[in-house]
Ligand binder design. Sequence first.
Ligand SMILES: *Cc1c(COP(=O)(O)O)cnc(C)c1O
Length: 425
Amino acid sequence: MQENLSLAERDKKHLWHPLTQHKIASDALGIVKANGVKLYDENGKEYIDGISSWYTCVYGHCNEFITDRVATQMKNLDQVVFSGFTHKPAVELSEALMKILPEGQQKLFFNDNGSTATEIGIKMALQYHHNLGNDRKVMLAFEEGFHGDTFGAMSVSGLSVYNGAFEDHFISVERIPVPNGDNNQAVLDQLKQLIKTHNVAGFIYEPLVQGAAAMKMHDADGLNEILKVCKENDIVCVADEVMTGFGKTGKYFASDYIETKPDIVCMSKALTAGLLPMGLTSCSQKIYDAFYSDEIAKGLFHGHTYSANPLACAAALAGIELLTSEEMQSNIKRIENLHQAFAEKIKDHPKVINIRHLGIIFAFDLNVKMERYGNIRNQLFSYFMENGVYLRPLGSTIYITAPFITSDEEMQKIYDTIEGVFDKF
Ligand SMILES: *Cc1c(COP(=O)(O)O)cnc(C)c1O
């Protein structure tokens, strides 16, 4: 009996989906297969994965180079406690990451998703000052930032209507606007004032691109000035590269565009190439040294059961090998050039505003009347899916973060589908 029902129907009995109000949401779509840039649903329809399944599988789904490596690892060492033990996949991953991380990163702390990666970044910043005997308990963050859904991460994220039930339990956070080139001095003044009036421990930021804020991009020089002021005041700079990391901005990390380097870097999403969940928080020697002591309590007493899972490490290592290959780097350049040409083509269209792109990230806002704002997102989503392209608009923002291996023809199909909405909405 059950077998006659679709996955979408069986799903409804027991499953509770993320970020979903089930009373008004439409049914979840059953996906049965993924390969390269394509997703296949249970009705046999295929879709180009235009957002790399939330910026994870940038080398394509079920990439054989990666799945073979993980399969081999799986038959050799599946899981072992990372407190007191170590293993080759973790050691090799640490060595590979040190070659590509922004300058100054020295130590890696494993966790298992993007929220815990930033949670640990925040805890490192707070405990760094605690261990040094400084009374600094306030985190600084950008308005509209997004850093995850655990308590610390949620606290430093821009206040959203969805977090109402938890706000009384948030850690102390002060917010500044992102620098846009015109307001840089005003933001710096506000920052300096906050530093005078608050005991700021750390500053957490998504460098250059704020993903969940609808791919908003900000000014690199402005960010550099902010980081310089933070560094002068021993405020721990925590770069949340969970979205921007691993090639999406055209460099390995968005922080590579900025002269002043972070003290801490948070990674997840494309870290494991979309294969397995894992997060990592790296830090500089200076941060690590504040925890290195004869006093046990000065250590970082945080640990996840699956820390440094060997399979996830093997996936990450294979991913980094692909990322640093000439072939993948030229793919990234190729997509950058395609985006540039598409931006030129549509930038003067009356339906297109705030066009922006960096690396393989491309976004613009659809110029629609405010009263249509609320329901436009779902209509756009349905239109894209009907046309075989999985894009997930945020409000009236349409963005692309397709896998690096997307072919010219597949990218053209995404562009054509997007242009198709200009006449319809
Ligand atoms: C997705 C994301 C997170 C949270 O990662 P999860 O793995 O979903 O917990 C944190 N920061 C940024 C910038 C993200 O894009």
